[in-house]
Design a protein around this ligand. Structure first.
Ligand SMILES: O=P(O)(O)OC[C@H]1O[C@](O)(CO)[C@@H](O)[C@@H]1O
Length: 412
């Protein structure tokens, strides 16, 4: 696989590819699930049916003339209009699919369905589920452990929370996957946790305010451990303030919006024991500005982070560290291309305006920053960890593996 900047952009037209399966199987299944999840009026049902036909057999059509963001999407990809969804960059077609799905449900248009999150029933079921109760109760035992162990556990919880996303469950044979309560996770394929902590020492002399940014991924069982990690950073003095970046509208099924942050903070604050204490601290931190939420329009744009606008660049440049969560953010961070897995992570993230860490379980073909022995071991073992199971690339997409990769500023 190529290492140069001209590594092939991932498209969905390659038979048997992961990207093809997302468009051919996952998107139609999702349209059906959203259609069934609400008593939509006829107009929305017709629009969802039209989207289903378009994304499976049709071509990309422009947004309607009244769409508030028509100009944006014209600028972002008018050259794709009239082409098959499968033939354009995977990152673009997925992003546009979610934009169209929300358009079909009336999310953007003035009227009674405006602002209704079509994925809310799935998010709500997860947040109210007993798995969250178990994960919150586990925080009591964590509170009794030494500081170093607590830090490591908070980081692991946030990392493996990425395995619990709902979009990933759509179309999988078992319908859902285990999440942050991973019993016995395999070793990380890259573990630069020490470098991450070294950027945020707890002991330090008084000085400038230290900001940490977290680019969130999924709500629910991922965002709760993210918030626990944020609480840990704030209470241990590793961060003076945290900025949590979320999506400006529902996206990729379970991606967190501001409403989801509030729901998760409330779920924590209403829990008993250590979880409740953390929740109340987080609630207070949001109230006094030590925990701020941002929902920049760029987070739903179909582009890599190398193309982020100047105002976001400016924010990250001043951060002690930006933690980038999840698979989609990883694709946007390093570029949605078929890189050689040994391509340098520092090189691929050199565009990022400040120290950056990726916490991600592997759910797509994009991967960089591995050492050759790890690649050989993964390709030998396939997805399951059993040698010779015949699925030697599945480790990239199965969500069973995870990584912590860090680029401290200035290391290229
Ligand atoms: O929630 P995450 O970790 O960003 O994962 C979402 C992943 O799901 C997919 O969209 C497939 O549906 C991947 O392409 C994407 O990267």
């Amino acid at each position: 696989m190529p290492e140069a900047d001209d590594a092939p952009v991932i498209v969905s037209s390659v038979p048997g590819s992961f990207a093809r399966s997302v468009l051919a199987e996952r998107h139609p299944a999702l349209v059906q699930q959203v259609r069934d999840a609400f008593p939509w009026p006829p107009e929305q049902r017709r629009a969802l049916d039209a989207l289903l036909a378009s994304c499976t057999e049709g071509v990309i059509e422009p947004l309607g003339p009244d769409a508030h963001d028509r100009d944006h999407w014209d600028a972002w990809g008018s050259e794709y209009v009239g082409r098959s969804w499968f033939d354009v960059p995977f990152l673009w077609s997925e992003s546009y699919f979610y934009r169209r799905l929300l358009g079909a449900t009336g999310y953007f248009a003035p009227g009674p369905w405006q602002g209704i999150d079509p994925f809310a029933p799935f998010k709500r079921a997860e947040l109210l589920g007993s798995l969250v109760d178990d994960e919150l109760a586990a925080l009591d035992a964590l509170a009794r452990r030494p500081a170093g162990e607590r830090a490591a556990a908070c980081l692991q919880g946030s990392l493996w929370g990425n395995r619990a996303d709902l979009g990933f469950a759509v179309g999988t044979p078992d319908g859902a996957r285990s999440g942050s309560a991973v019993e016995d996770p395999p070793p990380l394929v890259a573990d630069e946790s020490d470098a991450l902590w070294s950027l945020l020492p707890a002991e330090r002399s008084p000085g400038a305010v230290r900001s940490v940014h977290v680019i969130a991924d999924n709500a629910g069982r991922e965002l709760i451990p993210d918030l626990v990690l944020i609480d840990h950073l704030l209470t241990t003095g590793r961060a003076d303030e945290v900025v949590l970046h979320v999506k400006p509208y529902p996206y990729y099924v379970s991606d967190a919006t501001t409403a989801d942050v509030v729901d998760c903070a409330r779920r924590l604050a209403q829990a008993s024991g250590s979880a409740g204490e953390a929740g109340k601290r987080l609630w207070a931190a949001m109230g006094d500005g030590r925990l701020a939420v941002r929902a920049h329009a760029f987070y739903c744009a179909p582009f890599p982070y190398s193309e982020m606008p100047a105002d976001l660049r400016h924010e990250f440049a001043d951060a002690a560290l930006t933690i980038v969560k999840g698979d989609l953010n990883y694709r946007r961070l390093v570029g949605d291309r078929l890189w050689s897995p040994t391509t340098s992570f520092a090189g691929r993230t050199a565009h990022f305006p400040g120290p950056v860490a990726a916490l991600r379980t592997l759910k797509s073909d994009v991967i960089v920053g591995l050492d050759p022995r790890t690649v050989a071991r993964l390709e030998e073992a396939g997805a399951s960890g059993r040698a010779g199971d015949g699925a030697n690339q599945a480790w990239r997409t199965s969500g069973t593996h995870a990584l912590v990769q860090v680029r401290p500023q200035g290391v290229l």
